[in-house]
Design a protein around this ligand. Structure first.
Ligand code: MRU
Length: 349
């Protein structure tokens, strides 16, 4: 099984891996809903289990959703499930991160093109290729992002504010924004990583905290609502975030709470940088208003603290930052700045 494929080693338990025990192929996920308290793996033997894991955010984050989609097609094919039904279930499991549908498309494209007896292995090979491409994209984004920071922010070490979770837990490599932070940390130039807790599901506190602690970074957790006072105190040199979908005009959907950071960054004249692979760019979505934003159950908000019975909650999973508030978008193919449709299209080759 898969001896030609080596999982990239980024120092944490792989967020997702393919295995072929005698009972048949499985997709194994690190259950992110249980982190950081427990490192528990979920074993998916069918597409339904994978879709449930995607919806519950056991597996999450745009690039990793792309890998989950691709391996999900490989799983369906290898297990003899209806692949066309799997395409429909997986591609629509969550609506905002465009990588999910992209990963599904890549694997099913290879499946459909291959001879029937080779179709399942063609889907798996494509999922593995996407996995390696994602790891390579992480490395390239880290390089481009590191150079951009050196150009934009003053020397003497960087104090970087981030939101949500963008590291190895969401990627085949070291992630997107967090891969840049890792590079800065390795070069000894990370003065502080400010980690937004990221309400309501706490991806920052739980997951970025987990990754930053394991990397030995100097990091500090803050309530999302404390970001304004951090800017006022002059404690932020740059904001680095990932993306779930970037529209053709550069408008960027990312975890809810990202847009207010972009407004603050502009007000305080601090660079606001989006780091995302080109697989997150969706040139078919013309602008931010056209991005479908996932609405999640209000109970994710009301369960956080006691609230009167029957309280209704507003719970969009993402918000959209307009291109004029984004200093630069860092992709594996280079940096887009200024953020215009023309410059973005040029890196999506
Ligand atoms: O709802 P989630 O946890 O899947 O949201 C994830 C994010 O918003 C990340 O910031 C985004 O996917 C970029 S990850 C590289």
């Amino acid at each position: 099984m898969g001896d030609h494929f080596t999982q990239p080693d980024h120092g944490i338990i792989p967020a997702l891996r393919w295995e072929e025990p005698p009972e048949g192929p499985v997709l194994i996920l690190l259950d992110q809903t249980r982190l950081p308290q427990e490192e528990v793996e979920l074993v998916c033997t069918d597409v339904q289990a994978l879709v449930a894991a995607i919806r519950s955010l056991a597996v999450r984050g745009a690039p990793l959703l792309g890998l989950a989609g691709a391996y999900g097609i490989a799983l369906a094919a290898a297990r003899g499930y209806d692949v066309e039904e799997a395409v429909d279930l997986l591609a629509h499991a969550r609506p905002t991160a465009v990588n999910l549908a992209y990963g599904v498309r890549r694997a099913v494209g290879a499946y459909r093109q291959a001879a029937p007896e080779q179709a399942a292995s063609a889907a798996l090979a494509e999922a593995r290729a996407l996995h390696l491409e994602d790891a390579a994209a992480s490395r390239a984004m880290a390089e481009h992002g590191g150079r951009l920071l050196a150009d934009l922010a003053s020397g003497g070490g960087y104090r970087i504010l981030t939101h949500c979770n963008t590291g190895a837990l969401v990627s085949g490599g070291e992630g997107t924004a967090f891969a840049v932070v890792m590079a800065v940390h390795r070069s000894g130039e990370l003065r502080r990583l400010w980690v937004d807790e990221t309400r309501p599901l706490m991806q920052g506190a739980r997951l970025t905290g987990y990754e930053a602690a394991r990397a030995g970074m100097p990091y500090t957790l803050l309530a999302d609502s404390a970001a304004g006072s951090l800017f006022t105190a002059g404690e932020v040199d740059a904001v680095l975030v990932g993306a779930d979908r970037i529209a053709a005009d550069g408008a960027t959907a990312n975890k809810v709470g990202t847009y207010p950071l972009a407004v603050l960054a502009r007000h305080h004249d601090v660079p606001f940088i989006v780091v995302a692979p080109t697989t997150t760019v969706d040139l078919a979505t013309p602008d931010g208003a056209s991005i479908e934003v996932e609405q999640r159950s209000g109970s994710e908000v009301t369960d956080l603290a006691p609230s009167p019975l029957g309280t209704q909650a507003y719970n969009p999973a993402f918000d959209v930052t307009p291109p004029e508030l984004i200093t630069a978008i860092v992709t594996e193919n280079g940096v887009v700045s200024p953020v215009t449709g023309e410059c973005l299209a040029a890196v999506c080759r």
